[in-house]
Design a protein around this ligand. Structure first.
Ligand SMILES: [Zn+2]
Length: 335
């Protein structure tokens, strides 16, 4: 059990979220409301039935229901409402800054214009008191050609997102499949990140760094299987955006007690805690912190380190980053 001081610190400490898929923040209630507003028929009779269907067993079975949920997003206001709902939850968890993934191909493939997607999400970010920037993510189960077409369609709106990511089904879709489009994105000056080493092998982490030239690794928990890679990640302080509840829900670890978060920290890695797809995986930022700290022998010093790491790894100007780091240190100094 957590003591009251540690629980309160986890809840109230300033923090940044660097791994959140906005489509994965769609709660069943909002899916139903948007389906009704847009006249979309769902294969579920009620909110309860939909929520019950969230008992997936692996990444693919999760992705199947994730894409079904996203089918209710049609108008700019839908994307706005989804993002505003997430940002309100983030604010309640004392998230001060977030870098939000969005998957345009999930929407453009259904005939939704790129501008509708980006404008709706971006406008909600502008309206929120939480600092929020966007990372356009390519779906790796689709082709590199499709990623290039997506980039082309999104470039007229490039002032509304700061980075490029790579997500969806990892196994069988190695980073090098997207070498050319990431090279182009690097030329264009975007920040680069990629999911790697969640279900896929540690080699995907290496190729994400060496071939795609990413600055952060999303997940990356399987790095510990490769001692040389672990040493490199520690030496270069490559941030890992770890998502504990997601890892347990998708059976990367059977139980939270088996999660390697503490081992990653002990290896000197720049670990952060994030929610991934909070509506589907059982919780937002503070739920992730509390579940992890309840299951593992972690204390206040770990909490401070994780909060610091989240801002240190953020794509923020140096002055802004330092301001947040000072806020974290002041928060813990006052305990
Ligand atoms: Zn993710």
């Amino acid at each position: 059990m957590l003591n009251d001081q540690l629980r309160a610190a986890l809840q109230h400490m300033p923090k940044a979220e660097l791994h959140i898929h906005i489509e994965g923040s769609l709660e069943p209630e909002l899916i139903f409301a948007l389906a009704e507003r847009n006249g979309v028929a769902l294969n579920y009779a009620s909110v309860e039935e939909l929520r019950a269907a969230y008992a997936f067993t692996d990444l693919q079975s999760f992705l199947d229901i994730y894409y079904a949920g996203a089918s209710v997003l049609l108008q700019e206001q839908d994307f706005y409402d989804m993002t505003a709902a997430y940002l309100a939850r983030a604010e309640a968890d004392n998230v001060r800054h977030c870098e939000i993934f969005f998957d345009p191909q999930t929407h453009t493939a259904r005939g939704v214009p790129m501008r509708t997607v980006i404008d709706g999400i971006h406008r909600a970010c502008q309206d929120s008191p939480v600092s929020a920037t966007l990372i356009l993510s390519f779906l790796r189960h689709l082709s590199e050609e499709d990623a290039f077409a997506t980039l082309e369609a999104a470039l007229p709106l490039r002032d509304k997102y700061i980075g490029i990511g790579l997500d969806s089904s990892e196994v069988g879709n190695p980073p090098e499949k997207f070498a050319r489009v990431f090279a182009r994105c690097k030329e264009l000056g975007f920040h680069l990140v990629a999911h790697a080493g969640e279900e896929g092998p540690p080699a995907y982490i290496s190729t994400a760094l060496d071939v795609l030239k990413v600055e952060r690794i999303d997940h990356g928990v399987r790095c510990l299987e490769d001692a040389a890679l672990t040493a490199r990640l520690a030496r270069e302080q490559i941030a890992l955006t770890v998502c504990p509840l997601s890892n347990v829900k998708l059976r990367v670890f059977d139980k939270m007690e088996q999660h390697n978060l503490l081992a990653l920290l002990d290896a000197g890695l720049a670990v952060t805690v994030n929610s991934d797809d909070p509506a589907y995986f059982g919780g937002y930022m503070n739920d992730n912190f509390i579940a992890t700290f309840e299951a593992l022998p972690l204390g206040l010093s770990h909490a401070q380190r994780l909060a610091r790491n989240s801002f240190a790894a953020a794509f923020l100007p140096a002055g802004q980053k330092q301001k947040y780091l000072d806020e974290v240190d002041a928060f813990f100094a006052a305990l």
